[in-house]
Design a protein around this ligand. Structure first.
Ligand SMILES: CCCCCCCCC/C=C/C(=O)SCCNC(=O)CCNC(=O)[C@H](O)C(C)(C)COP(=O)(O)OP(=O)(O)OC[C@H]1O[C@@H](n2cnc3c(N)ncnc32)[C@H](O)[C@@H]1OP(=O)(O)O
Ligand SMILES: NC(=O)C1=CN([C@@H]2O[C@H](COP(=O)(O)OP(=O)(O)OC[C@H]3O[C@@H](n4cnc5c(N)ncnc54)[C@H](OP(=O)(O)O)[C@@H]3O)[C@@H](O)[C@H]2O)C=CC1
Length: 295
């Protein structure tokens, strides 16, 4: 362990999308360093199993709520429940997201909305509901959002995601200034590829789509990132040791975006037929996950 295993003792951290992938890895990392962690997602069973798995390793530190972050009332009520039943949050990780690869000309308004509203509205709602309470109660807080290097480079075939992540980057810089006087810090991380089950089903659904952003051989360091590496960075930003860092988005990508291509530009060569196959594969995965939703 890089950090003392009790360095987050007394911290209470909400991680949206904490039941799977990177969010679950972050929940494990923060809980293993002494924090109480609250995880959100739309699938009760997935959250319950993730919390139980981590709690078997660290003791009763992880709690869950089924919340759709696109629903402001639900977000406000769930943040209120944490405050009432456990105490004030000290940190928030805006990690939940939606994404899939698609040619932009074929995106329906609902397809655009599913991605943009989850990434942008969800992060705003959750940040505002925590931030308002911190300000009213004179408490400090730390917000860390999981972005991507496309906020600087853009990326074809994931345009709603690139747009919405750029908006959350703007929120990070803006509120860092507006809320600094309250002791509230906002930062973000921009990871390169950290393969997770669902993201790879959405972003690399067929053999033909295995180019560009999702490939380890395109990373100068020649490998994917490891969860503990991302965990250590997010832990630092959530800790009191980083009290003078705000408004920053820190890349953690083994040099990927500086060497390019860290985008989906490589998908330019896919034919309409290959796109149809990619869409069918991604949709089959999303239907399966949808069937498990409780909110
Ligand atoms: C730099 C280094 C980089 C490293 C490489 C990695 C970089 C990662 C950066 C970011 C990564 C991520 O965010 S990865 C996150 C991946 N995780 C997730 O997406 C989790 C949440 N996902 C979901 O809930 C679903 O998969 C998703 C489809 C997105 C949303 O579900 P909803 O129930 O809200 O929506 P649905 O009703 O199913 O669909 C809404 C509309 O979208 C359309 N739609 C759905 N799937 C579609 C698809 N594959 N292609 C086209 N269109 C699709 C539908 O037809 C609907 O439109 P109509 O037909 O008009 O009705
Ligand atoms: N994996 C990677 O290489 C990279 C990932 N990222 C970012 O990291 C984050 C995590 O991605 P990753 O772990 O790979 O993917 P996952 O699909 O595993 O994680 C997404 C999470 O968000 C939750 N979620 C989605 N929509 C909602 C909603 N409306 N309300 C509440 N929760 C929701 C999902 O749970 P549920 O479906 O149950 O709601 C799921 O737990 C994302 O922000 C992504 O953009 C950035 C760069 C690289």
């Amino acid at each position: 362990m890089l950090y003392d295993r009790n360095c987050l003792e007394g911290k209470r951290i909400l991680i949206t999308g904490g039941g799977t992938g990177i969010g679950k890895g972050l929940a494990r990392h923060m809980a293993a360093h002494g924090a109480q962690v609250h995880i959100w997602g739309r699938r009760a069973q997935v959250l319950e199993e993730a919390a139980a798995e981590i709690n078997r390793e660290v003791g009763e530190r992880v709690f869950w709520q089924a919340v759709d972050i696109r629903n402001y009332e639900a977000v406000d009520a769930a943040v209120g429940e944490i405050w009432d039943n456990y105490g004030p949050l000290t940190g928030l990780v805006n990690n939940a997201a939606a994404n899939f690869i698609a040619p932009t000309k074929d995106l329906s308004p609902r397809g655009y909305e599913a991605i943009a509203s989850t990434v942008m509205d969800g992060a705003f709602f959750t940040t505002q509901c925590a931030g308002r309470r911190w300000i009213e109660q004179g408490l400090k807080g730390s917000v860390v959002s999981t972005l991507v290097t496309w906020i600087w480079t853009g990326s074809p075939y994931v345009v709603p995601s690139a747009m919405a992540k750029a908006a959350v980057n703007a929120m990070t810089m803006s509120l860092a200034v507006e809320w600094a006087r309250y002791g509230i810090r906002l930062n973000a991380v921009a990871p390169g590829p950290f393969p997770t089950d669902y993201a790879w089903q959405m972003l690399n659904p067929t053999a033909d789509s295995s180019v560009g952003a999702t490939q380890a051989d395109q990373v100068p360091m020649g490998r994917f990132g490891e969860m503990s590496e991302l965990g250590n960075l997010v832990l630092l930003l959530l800790s009191d040791g980083a009290d003078y860092i705000t408004g920053e988005t820190i890349t953690i990508d083994g040099g990927h975006h500086l060497a390019a291509p860290s985008t989906f530009a490589g998908l330019n060569s896919m034919s309409d037929e290959q796109w149809a196959q990619a869409k069918a594969a991604a949709k089959a995965a999303s239907e399966k996950s949808k069937a498990q939703r409780s909110v």
